[in-house]
Design a protein around this ligand. Structure first.
Ligand SMILES: [Fe+2]
Ligand SMILES: [Fe+2]
Length: 355
């Protein structure tokens, strides 16, 4: 075992609710450990990227129920048993991920001392809650009523998934139970892993179905969720390098957390998708997950963990057109046809490299 974080028992400070003696001057503003008044003073900010990101998150606004998923109700019965099991299992898993995010982000946010960062996190919390509403809409519309409870409960009745959920939640719970600076850093990194690694084999599954003309409404919903998640990834890609300068940590621990995350993600994906779905294999899952881990590490200024050239490229580039909300006319058509003109599609949607 590598050495864990340096010994540090400092309790993570929480921002006060009311602090008229605080100092909001931008030269003294920091993301953590500052002396904020908590006033949302956004006219003059230190982290101007956060205002741009917040604006983009707001422009991404969408309502799941405005997307048409009626074709999927029919398609569901045309799926193979393995495809149906994967459809339901992945929905259950993603419901867990967004639930735990909705619950945990407020804990991380309560120590933030730059209001522009708080603003982004507040929007993130709202989006994670809405993603749960999207899953509920899909489950209630597509899955027959007698099976729904089973899908909702799958996260705790399926042994592999239950273990995975427990591991994810434990990283967060550790900070709640023992709110030290090093546990805050671990929770923040766990958050980055969730946002940047844990959703994507699930997204790929739905784009894979869409590529085979199956469940197009579900894919449209996942494109929207995918776009939101990428804005969250961008937030943590900014926060983690800053946190590495502000918190006690060890690089070995970061790499160990990434490697464990990759192993867990592959184990779960092999369990729920495996080699039983056309276009996805245990090998492509491994290549994709390690490729993702490498680009997520690079994005926070660290060297890739998996140096073999096969992990430098995504095996799913052919699915790009199914994930890109800018290129796919169908999503836009559905989106605009069934909604009012005040919805604005963001021009800041990233390309496949960031998916
Ligand atoms: Fe989410
Ligand atoms: Fe997220």
């Amino acid at each position: 075992m590598v050495a864990i974080f340096p010994e540090n028992k400092h309790r993570m400070p929480l921002t006060p609710i009311f602090n008229p003696q605080g100092d909001d001057r931008i030269e003294n503003r920091t993301i953590w450990f500052g002396n904020t008044t908590n006033l949302m003073q956004l006219n003059d900010v230190r982290y101007s990227w956060a205002i741009g990101l917040y604006q983009q998150m707001r422009e991404n606004f969408w309502i799941p129920q405005k997307l048409d998923i009626t074709q999927d109700v029919t398609d569901y019965w045309n799926l193979t048993n393995d495809e149906r099991r994967a459809f339901e299992g992945i929905l259950s898993y993603l419901t867990f991920l967004d639930s735990v995010q909705t619950c945990n982000i407020p804990h991380l946010k309560s120590s933030i001392t730059a209001p522009e960062i708080s603003l982004c996190m507040a929007e993130q919390i709202s989006q994670e809650g809405m993603h749960n509403h999207a899953y509920q809409y899909m489950i209630e519309t597509i899955i027959p009523s007698e099976k729904r409870d089973k899908v909702y409960d799958f996260w705790r009745t399926d042994k592999v998934l239950a273990g995975r959920c427990e591991f994810i939640a434990r990283m967060y719970q550790k900070y709640i139970d023992n709110p030290t600076e090093e546990n805050y850093f671990i929770a923040l990194l766990a958050d980055y892993l969730l946002e940047s690694l844990y959703f994507y084999n699930g997204f790929i599954y739905f784009y894979n179905l869409a590529a085979r003309m199956l469940m197009p409404g579900s894919a449209d919903i996942f494109k929207m969720i995918n776009r939101d998640e990428l804005s969250h990834v961008r937030l943590y890609q900014r926060l983690i390098p800053e946190a590495m300068r502000s918190f006690p940590h060890s690089l070995d621990q970061i790499y160990e957390m990434f490697d464990t995350a990759v192993q867990h993600e592959c184990r779960w994906t092999n369990h729920i998708v495996g080699d039983n779905i056309l276009g996805i294999t245990q090998s492509s899952t491994e290549r994709y997950t390690k490729y993702l881990a490498n680009i997520r590490l690079r994005a926070i200024g660290l060297d890739p963990l998996y140096t073999d050239p096969e992990y430098s490229k995504s095996p799913y580039t052919h699915l790009e057109k199914f994930s890109d909300t800018k290129k796919d006319g169908n999503t836009k058509a559905n989106f605009f046809e069934s909604s009012v003109t005040s919805y604005v599609m963001s021009s800041g949607v990233a390309g496949w490299e960031e998916i």
